[in-house]
Design a binder for this molecule. Structure first.
Ligand SMILES: [Zn+2]
Ligand SMILES: [Zn+2]
Length: 201
């Protein structure tokens, strides 16, 4: 897809305004860094490339990727899977000993608004978006075993989902749908039909 192609029809359903803004702002550039397997940490040069994409996107929108915001994003990119709040805070404190939770949460809010990270309720964590310059990821396949995420863009499916939701009288509150799943690695150690064994005695 090139930047001159028409905007794909993905607005047939209600979206929170910040996501509409994000979708339209994200369209002019289509930078596609080499995709790495979602369950494996990406290589360093890939993290650098994705930080550059994030900086370009923010600059184009007149937003500032401050050092603290950049560091939070970098930690998530380097980690290669999702991080919970305390894991992120620990990682932040390793580089910025004085980092306080509100600072980290504000940085996360900013990064979410800019579509640079995803919030994952399924595992109560955040993950870096690995293609922030591309089409918005509306389907997030989240491994409940290890927190790995596969990001999918499927506007047609999301429209269908939104229509089914609308039939109930409800409106989707987010443009991202989470699917709880087990990644290939966790399927080996934790078969789906045995996923809830916690050694009951
Ligand atoms: Zn994403
Ligand atoms: Zn897993």
């Amino acid at each position: 897809m090139t930047a001159s192609e028409p905007v794909p029809a993905r607005r047939g359903f209600l979206l929170p305004s910040r996501h509409l803004a994000r979708a339209s702002r994200a369209l002019p550039i289509q930078i596609k860094p080499a995709m790495s397997a979602p369950s494996r940490p990406p290589r360093n040069d890939s993290v650098g490339a994705q930080l550059s994409v994030a900086e370009t996107l923010c600059a184009q929108r007149g937003r500032r990727l401050t050092p603290i915001r950049r560091k939070v994003l970098e930690l998530l990119l380097r980690h290669g899977r999702s991080l919970k709040a305390y894991e992120l805070l620990d990682a932040m404190r390793a580089v910025h000993p004085g980092a306080a939770p509100p600072t980290v949460y504000r940085a996360l809010d900013f990064l979410m608004d800019e579509g640079l990270i995803h919030r994952l309720d399924a595992v109560n964590a955040w993950s870096a978006c690995h293609d922030a310059g591309g089409a918005p990821h509306d389907l997030l396949v989240v491994c409940t075993g290890c927190g790995a995420v596969a990001e999918v863009s499927d506007p047609a499916m999301s429209r269908q989902l939104a229509e089914r939701v609308a039939q109930t009288g409800y409106a989707l509150a987010t443009h991202e749908t989470e699917i709880r799943a087990l990644c290939p690695q966790c399927q080996k150690t934790q078969p789906a039909d045995a996923g809830h064994h916690h050694h009951h005695h």
